[in-house]
Design a binder for this molecule. Structure first.
Ligand SMILES: [Zn+2]
Ligand SMILES: [Zn+2]
Length: 147
């Protein structure tokens, strides 16, 4: 753990990443926080709105809304026509990166990776999985560099 230099996923500026949380620089985090709340409030009142209507009403771009969904910052309520795609099998999901069955399969893979370490509580696996997923690319990148 500790700070590392990362590129903000939003504005592509370099910032000090504290080792946890979203890959956004502090400025984008602030804007994202406001945007996310706007979308959340709008969805609370208009759960059936589509992406275009949300973007129009909140001033948040559809691209950003999708990014919030991917990051799990936002969740689409039941009854909404909005879906995003599972990054693994491409089926429709409402939040995060994978559908429940792909997420379960990945957490199983992870569990067997932990098999030698002992039993990992389910909650911890879920937490690690999300974290693992986010950091995975960067760790791979780091590993390649080191070789
Ligand atoms: Zn940024
Ligand atoms: Zn899937």
């Amino acid at each position: 753990m500790g700070y590392s230099v990362e590129v903000c996923h939003h504005c592509k500026r370099i910032f000090n990443y504290p080792g946890f949380g979203s890959m956004y620089c502090p400025e984008c985090l602030k804007i994202d926080e406001e945007n996310k709340n706007k979308v959340k409030e709008f969805l609370r009142d208009h759960g059936n709105a589509n992406m275009y209507q949300i973007a129009l009403a909140t001033g948040v771009s559809e691209k950003d809304i999708k990014q919030y969904l991917r990051d799990g910052m936002l969740e689409i309520p039941d009854g909404s026509p909005i879906y995003i795609k599972c990054e693994n099998c491409g089926c429709d999901i409402r939040s995060g990166r994978w559908c429940p069955s792909c997420a379960a399969r990945m957490s199983n893979d992870l569990k067997s990776a932990y098999a030698g370490v002992g039993d990992v509580p389910k909650e911890q696996v879920t937490g690690k999985m999300r974290f693992f997923g986010k950091r995975n690319q960067d760790e791979n990148r780091g590993r390649k560099k080191r070789k």
